[in-house]
Design a protein around this ligand. Structure first.
Ligand code: CUK
Ligand code: CUA
Length: 623
């Protein structure tokens, strides 16, 4: 294995030389270890024989593609891209009436953190929630169909980066802001930052039956920045923990100005308490949202000092501790919920910051874990044996250590510069301890070159033994920030959309296909089946539709092939339109026929030997 050019990954950092030395040493060790026999057994570990399945779904955020990437683990085969925040012409997402409305005109999103719905702190596999840092949205993907079910805009936010994470029974989907901003996004000079700008946490609720979000309340916070945070579990289930940076209130040149203080803060918020206050009417309505200031309610918010600019905080599977990863400080800090609750109980605090009581660091902190030479710790994952795993962005490695003692057990390089990692069931009360995927920011020479910019890279580690074993790297489109690895038995996808005779706009037989005209609206109630479209059963050309230029046309199409995987597409030549109907699904395409002429319609999704024949015409009579 040849590994070169790694120094540039850490260039610009004072510690670069030191770091490079540390992991060149590691590479040599690794090179000796990977004999041909080892490689064969590695290949066997990821080989899934034809006819069998991967054990896990990896549900990875698609970063600034706005989409969700579905991978199989351990094979690391990509299975699907599920469109979430961005239109997808292949599936017609953002083209058909329903998804177009859901996207609300946005053509991109920046999806950082997926969170699968939980019951008793365990993934229940029903829904996946997603944040959009780019355009302040939260989405729910229905994991029975892998379709986005709802998207909600979040007012008052400056990028909900620090979510999503869910409380242990998905009571709330929490999304703290990244950038402080005046409420309502109003104009306020940067000189007024401290007074006018606010940090906000959105607390969303999701109704699983109606598949709809509602924004229950928002929590107003100081204008700090927040990074990926977590909800408590079991004994700490009423709490959320959040990291902060920029407690300096810097408004320019953050790279320097937001790193001045040696300590930033972890913020503890009792969501249960705030929920009670909101129920009692103790909130202000701001920009149409119930806004609570937790400083008004004793016991609702506390801060704990932490080494500067932490990037993530994660709660251990037993819910007893929370671990902050330093980013700029080369260490992980283990805090104890028990000790924090004790300090709160005894009112053992005297300091405050921005009106928030500050618990004494020494009393709540259990230990600092500082593996020599390990730099840039970001996020923490867990296994079933009481170990934690931290990705080290700068020294490009994964560090395994014992939560109870802080003892470092193993360190393995990753190729290169991992952000998050994701362990099998790694966010639950019951992690599996089988696989860990490091989500790397830099691929360098891992794959055949595709020019100056490379794909991102994902390293698969086997973490079932005492030592971690690096198994393989797989390329991935930009850019998974985080992923959750869910056991395949927990996700129960549907085979078909059930036939529902009462469904609005649906037509279930060829004979019932018809066209209705109301003024300048033309509604086509059509069916798609192998291998034709039927728009009007009574016509001698049932696959042609004639409208007048300027008409508003609705194609309500139902796929009556109740047969798994027989999806029909629907493209209109020259009209820049395509959508699809999955087996048993009804979908509507709405557009104004502003171009006169003759336009072939064809099925875009290969569906049978006569797929090429599956076509028709849209005739638009000139005015
Ligand atoms: S972030 Cu990108 S690597 Cu948005 Cu959780 Cu840490
Ligand atoms: Cu229907 Cu191709």
């Amino acid at each position: 294995m040849k590994r070169k050019g790694i120094i540039s990954a850490v260039s610009g950092l004072a510690a670069g030389v030191l770091v490079a030395a540390v992991f060149f040493a590691d590479f040599n060790k690794e090179e000796k270890a990977s004999s041909a026999a080892d490689n064969k057994s590695k290949a066997e570990k990821v080989y899934v024989p034809y006819g069998e399945y991967d054990d896990y779904y990896m549900l990875a955020s698609g970063g600034h593609s706005g989409q969700l990437f579905v991978y199989g683990v351990p094979s690391m085969r990509k299975i699907r891209t599920v469109p979430v925040f961005t239109p997808d012409p292949a599936t017609g997402y953002g083209y058909d009436e329903n998804t177009k409305k859901m996207l609300g005109g946005y053509t991109w999103g920046d999806f950082h953190h997926p969170a699968v719905s939980e019951t008793k702190g365990d993934y229940d596999g029903e829904f996946l929630f997603a944040n959009d840092v780019g355009n302040n949205r939260v989405a729910a993907v229905d994991l029975s169909t892998f379709h986005t079910a709802d998207i909600m805009s979040l007012p008052n936010m400056g990028g909900p980066h620090a979510g999503v994470f869910v409380t242990e029974n998905t009571e709330y989907i929490a999304l703290p802001t990244r950038f402080a901003r005046p409420l309502g996004g109003k104009y306020a000079e940067l000189d007024k930052y401290k007074e006018e700008y606010k940090g906000v946490v959105s607390m969303a609720k999701f109704d699983r039956d109606k598949k709809k979000f509602n924004l229950a309340y928002q929590i107003m916070l100081p204008p700090w920045s927040y990074d990926l945070s977590d909800a408590g579990k079991k004994m700490s289930g009423d709490w959320i923990v959040m990291t902060t940076y920029n407690t300096e209130f810097a408004t320019t040149n953050l790279e320097i100005n937001a790193s001045q203080n040696d300590r930033d803060y972890i913020v503890l918020i009792n969501w249960k308490k705030l929920e009670g206050e909101v129920a009692k009417g103790n909130y202000k309505e701001i920009e149409g949202v119930k806004m609570v200031d937790p400083r008004d309610y004793k016991g609702a918010i506390y801060a704990i000092p932490v080494s500067k600019s932490p990037h993530g905080v994660d709660v251990t599977p037993d819910g007893k501790r929370f671990i902050a990863a330093g980013k700029l400080a080369p260490l992980m800090t283990v805090f104890s919920f028990e000790k924090a609750f004790e300090a709160i109980e005894k009112e053992d605090y005297s300091d405050e910051k921005f009106g928030i009581p500050v618990l004494p660091y020494k009393k709540v902190m259990e230990r600092e874990v500082d593996p020599p030479g390990a730099l840039g710790p970001l996020h923490t994952q867990f296994d079933d044996k009481g170990n934690a795993y931290n990705t080290m962005f700068i020294s490009s490695e994964v560090v395994k250590w014992k939560v109870d003692t802080g003892e470092v057990i193993d360190r393995k390089p990753s190729y290169f510069s991992p952000g998050h990692s994701s362990a099998a069931e790694g966010d639950t009360v019951d992690p599996d301890g089988k696989w860990l995927v490091a989500l790397n920011k830099i691929a360098k020479d891992n794959f055949l070159s595709v020019g100056p910019s490379h794909p991102e890279s994902m390293d698969l580690f086997d973490i079932s033994g005492e030592e971690m074993e690096h198994i393989m790297a797989a390329p991935v489109d930009p850019e998974p920030h985080y992923a959750q690895i869910v056991h395949k038995d927990k996700i129960k996808p549907k085979k078909l959309y059930e036939k529902d005779e009462k469904r609005k706009n649906a037509v279930w037989s060829k004979e019932d296909a018809h066209i209705e005209r109301k003024g300048n609206e033309v509604h086509v109630y059509g069916v798609a089946l192998r291998s034709k479209f039927v728009f009007d059963a009574k016509s001698d050309r049932p696959d042609a539709v004639t409208v007048n230029q300027g008409d508003r046309v609705f194609f309500h199409m139902t796929n009556i092939d109740l047969d798994q995987d027989i999806t029909h597409g629907f493209g209109i030549n020259d009209y820049n339109l395509n959508f699809e109907v999955q087996p048993g699904q009804t979908n509507t395409l709405e557009f104004v026929a502003d171009q006169a002429g003759t336009f072939p319609i064809y099925c875009t999704n290969f569906c049978s030997a006569l797929h090429q024949e599956m076509s028709g015409y849209l005739l638009v009579k000139p005015k």
